[in-house]
Write a protein that binds this ligand. Sequence first.
Ligand SMILES: NC(=O)c1ccc[n+]([C@@H]2O[C@H](COP(=O)([O-])OP(=O)(O)OC[C@H]3O[C@@H](n4cnc5c(N)ncnc54)[C@H](OP(=O)(O)O)[C@@H]3O)[C@@H](O)[C@H]2O)c1
Length: 294
Amino acid sequence: MSRLLVTGSTGQLGREVADVARGARHHVTGLSSSEADPCDLTNRTAVMRLVERSRPDLIIHAGAWTAVDACESDPERAFAVNGEGTRNLVDAADEVGAHVVYVSTDYVFDGTKDSPYVETDETNPTSVYGQSKLAGESVLGPDHTIVRTSWVCGRHGANMVRTIVRLAGQPGDLRFVDDQIGHPTFTADLAPTLLELGRRRAGGIWHGTNQGAVSWYEFAREVLLAAGHDPDRVHPVATADLQPPRPAPRPANSVLDNAALRAAGMAPLPHFRGALQDLVGHIEAEAATPSEPR
Ligand SMILES: NC(=O)c1ccc[n+]([C@@H]2O[C@H](COP(=O)([O-])OP(=O)(O)OC[C@H]3O[C@@H](n4cnc5c(N)ncnc54)[C@H](OP(=O)(O)O)[C@@H]3O)[C@@H](O)[C@H]2O)c1
């Protein structure tokens, strides 16, 4: 049994990591700015104090300001949380000898490559969010671990699967872009991989995503199929035709090849369909559960 600190412990990935770790009988401390005992990543003293007090062996750093479009108009906050916040955490980790697994993103790439991105490809983020996450990557020494992932969905919090299932329950057609492709990734599959890389103190850069490259249009069709709706209700649209246009540019190619996992003899995450079906089942079961009377 080891001591874990999970940042972003109120977010969709952090909650899943904390659940899996507790299930494996690790002692877990959560860090977020809305915990009962809040700690803001930008508050260096508070971060140092929390790490000193909890003395983790391993830190899974899933906390970040993830509002991609909002980051464009507030780069200071983006760099403070995702860049400097990560520096605070890594410095605190080094003080107590903890290993850090930093969760990063496909948005560190510009998306112009015509094949999947491998871990050694050159980064070139085009959005403030991507730049701030890359700033976070840059403060980790080679002994710590960076895991880039993409298109994250899970049981906890808001995500694209929940949005599509909700839209599917309403009348009318759905429109999704068909010129951005990526690997949808489910927290149920990603969390154990993060914990395993942390247990190994793997170090370096890894890509951790489910398999199955799709456009958002194709993914929306998959979600409708999984939920028993007619997939032909989804229509393709080009990013350039989105109204209103979104403030942050998105990479056209977000596909991350899990090359380092394969090279290390670790099983890459499975195809996304199994986890998608599980999540849709979970969302439907939630909807069918009567809420408590007031
Ligand atoms: N979502 C995606 O599609 C995606 C894709 C690629 C990579 N990622 C990366 O995966 C990780 C997890 O993403 P997610 O989808 O789980 O994000 P999320 O649901 O938005 O959760 C973010 C977490 O970070 C915490 N946080 C934000 N600002 C903070 C601050 N200043 N101090 C302390 N905690 C703070 C939030 O809690 P409070 O607001 O309560 O503090 C929340 O617990 C992130 O590093 C993200 O960059 C996500």
